[in-house]
Design a protein around this ligand. Structure first.
Ligand code: ZN
Length: 274
């Protein structure tokens, strides 16, 4: 009898110790990953090293991009159609370097800066359909808690909140029931979530990107129009000196922890959704 109790206690202990312990993102293999990003560069700047590692380790990585990023230029000769085209091409090259194929990039097509004015039920419904279709083991998105999102940058704020609203909706089929009834999309519960761009005091998960840090810089630098001097006067490629300077700045700004390049996340799971 006593030994039976000991066994039960031992099993309970093992079970409780393993709760919440998941494979490190650096080691995850053969999983499906879905990344939601407000603009076609936040995925690369915020989580590009992690995405490179996930692709390298034979995961299927999908990127869902809310906006076309068609406003952020000071160039008087730029127009929104052209800028959206440029940003799309840059993102495809940039993500391509990280190992994500064009076919796995989904463009939701909202205009830059306008996400908060999109019809919200439609926005949530679209993100919900993506989650139900891709059925990710792991979801990455911009952090809804970061001060910058709360107070300043509207697309980031909206994308952050909309994505977690869609995560909730995706698991209850009565949200947007036509997705099941007409499109055959089954409800889906996202098991793991990691939020990039966390506030420093809330970051609780750091991915070591040492082995892909140079690749991340290379990929980020493909987003030529996001950097000066191309923001002020667009040009499709870098002068060598400008490229060196931009890469050096990015390298200096890349967070480090214990001497390693890292990407910071807020890991969150186990929300009570009802
Ligand atoms: Zn952005």
């Amino acid at each position: 009898m006593r030994s039976a109790f000991l066994w039960i206690f031992a099993l309970l202990f093992i079970a409780s110790a393993s709760v919440g312990q998941t494979t490190r993102l650096e080691q995850v293999q053969n999983k499906t990953i879905l990344v939601f990003t407000p603009h076609p560069d936040d995925d690369v700047f915020g989580a590009g090293g992690t995405i490179a590692l996930l692709n390298r380790n034979h995961n299927k990585v999908y990127i869902a991009i809310y906006t076309n990023d068609d406003k952020g230029s000071y160039d008087p000769d730029m127009n929104s159609q052209k800028l959206a085209r440029i940003r799309r091409e840059e993102e495809e090259v940039s993500e391509g370097l990280l190992g994500t194929t064009k076919d796995n990039i989904m463009w939701m097509g909202y205009d830059d800066g306008m996400l908060e004015y999109a019809p919200q039920p439609k926005l949530t419904e679209e993100a919900t359909a993506i989650i139900r279709r891709i059925r990710p083991d792991i979801l990455l998105s911009v952090d809804p808690g970061e001060w910058y999102e709360r107070w300043h940058k509207s697309d980031h704020r909206m994308a952050a909140f909309n994505t977690i609203d869609a995560v909730r909706a995706a698991e209850f089929w009565l949200y947007f029931p036509n997705q099941k009834l007409q499109q055959g999309l089954q409800p889906y519960r996202v098991p793991e979530m990691y939020f990039f761009y966390p506030s420093p005091q809330e970051a609780n998960y750091f991915v070591n990107i040492d082995s892909v840090a140079d690749l991340k810089l290379e990929a980020a630098a493909k987003q030529v129009s996001q950097f000066e001097p191309a923001v002020t006067k667009y040009r499709p490629d870098w002068e060598a000196a400008d490229l060196d300077k931009a890469k050096k700045e990015m390298r200096d700004e890349q967070p480090k922890k214990d001497g390693h390049y890292v990407e910071a996340f807020r890991y969150a799971t186990g929300f009570v959704q009802y």
